[in-house]
Design a binder for this molecule. Sequence first.
Ligand code: ATP
Ligand code: MG
Length: 573
Amino acid sequence: MAARVQRMSRLMLKTLREDPADAETISHRLLVRAGYVRRTAAGIWTWLPLGKQVLENVTRIVREEMDAIGAQEVLLPALLPKEPYETSGRWEEYGDLLFRLKDRKGADYLLGPTHEEIFTQVVKDQCTSYKDLPVMLYQIQTKYRDEARPRSGVLRGREFLMKDSYSFDTSDEELAESYRLHREAYLRIFTRLGLDHRVVSAVSGAMGGSASEEFLAPAAAGEDTFADCPACGYAANTEAVTFPLKPADPMGHPPIEELDTPDTPTIETLAGHLGVPASATLKNLLVKVDGEIWAVGVPGDREVDLGKLTEHLAPAAVELVTAEDFTGRPALVRGYVGPQELAGTAFRYIADPRVAPGTSWITGANKPDTHARNVVCGRDFEVDEYLDVVTVEDGDPCPSCGAGLKLDRAIEIGHIFQLGRKYADAFSLDVLGREGKPVRVTMGSYGIGVSRAVAALAEQTADGQGLCWPREVAPADVHVVAAGKGTQIEMALELTERLASAGVRVLVDDRTGVSPGVKFTDAELIGVPEILVVGRGAAKGLVELKDRRSGEREEVPVDEAVERLVRSAGETA
Ligand code: ATP
Ligand code: MG
């Protein structure tokens, strides 16, 4: 079957020489300049012909791989009633992220940000016996989230295309299998898309290892930070990085000594006053956990990651203490708290594993203007619980091999998650089990940002000249440029026909009244993987072949050019 031909003389395409004023990322700049997308409103985008084709190509790859693992495609509505989201609690939980609206009768609706609730209802309605399971369902659909910062083009839209799938199983083992199938499908999808990607654990080991993983595309424009080990290949979301606890003998240190340290309530003032590095001091952050005061000990040069702490202590509510919390608590001296006298009181003392048994610290003496040195963990104070609560930094040891970690930016392109019975419980989703008794269903949820993947690809593959698509997602295999007028245009169109009838997708620049310079610049900007120039040599039967990525160019006889282009298009078809 002949492949698609697109003639630039007829294509609705207007490239721009200038970057859009508000563009912060490469993908935003280039997708707009090359005429793939246009902004309609903040975080809301129109996909123009070339953009729609790339989006469609990504969608096709995702669909093929989802079908290959036996997932079944459905399409749920995007306009949803409030009730199921009230049942799950997410009508409230989502807060400002949710687009809410009313119908003419005043009933509440929302635009779906993700569809766990509705899929659970669908399966409750359709599947009644264990024989109906396992089932994996997916859709490729527009999602709506009123993002706080919709600033990076289609990377973070308020309306965006997502592939979301959900698995329904009757046992944990089956759920693990559905999860594994998705994980492998995702790896194949991102490999086929030509995206450089990493799979990282999204939660720390303590919370259940592989129950949730993110697929990240390293890129400077990414909003996620992940830790990467150049030595052993370990990669994790910074929230999931753990530090090994290395206990040592706490005896043998000199005894505690009090230090007169006036006006040193902060680590900086203290370290400056004593002439020691901040890392020699122990910072004790006071927090309220479900209303009770706990202390969190970390080295003075480290920050407590409140997100990590909250996640570890969930569902307990974690807040920072305020000035009022010190009144009526004389044992707590603001700015001079030390763990050595908190022991044995009602407080719990949590610490980072860097505060291991046998380590010695300078810390508050629990008296105004006084600190203490040689305060030894395991001798002078005990830690009730070790939790990884500090923000990871460049050079921190890799939990797997000990080498220095590197922190990198990445775009989250996918997320797989073993939900367990959370939604099945909320909606009483049971099926009749093998023994004739109802069995509660267990679920997984799996997402891919389809429109975001287009932007991630643009981020990773663009160069100084413009976009540079991997072949499978490119809007064409070959960009044929008629450098001159008249016969060169005729020859370009003839060549186009030959290529198309051999199955090569062609974008042909057959515009008259456009200079060769502008055509070449546009070809680089648009980013089709191979460029064929029909220029002066055409009269002698010669054309120029150019590889968009490497920039290599070669003058070859027409027949050879056709043969080579057909071959390389066939390799990925
Ligand atoms: P993020 O942290 O980037 O907001 P998320 O954790 O909210 O993402 P999920 O709810 O897991 O994302 O959604 C599944 C996938 O949908 C994500 O992995 C991402 O690729 C994509 N996605 C999420 N929000 C957006 C958005 N605003 N625009 C485009 N794609 C998005
Ligand atoms: Mg989000």
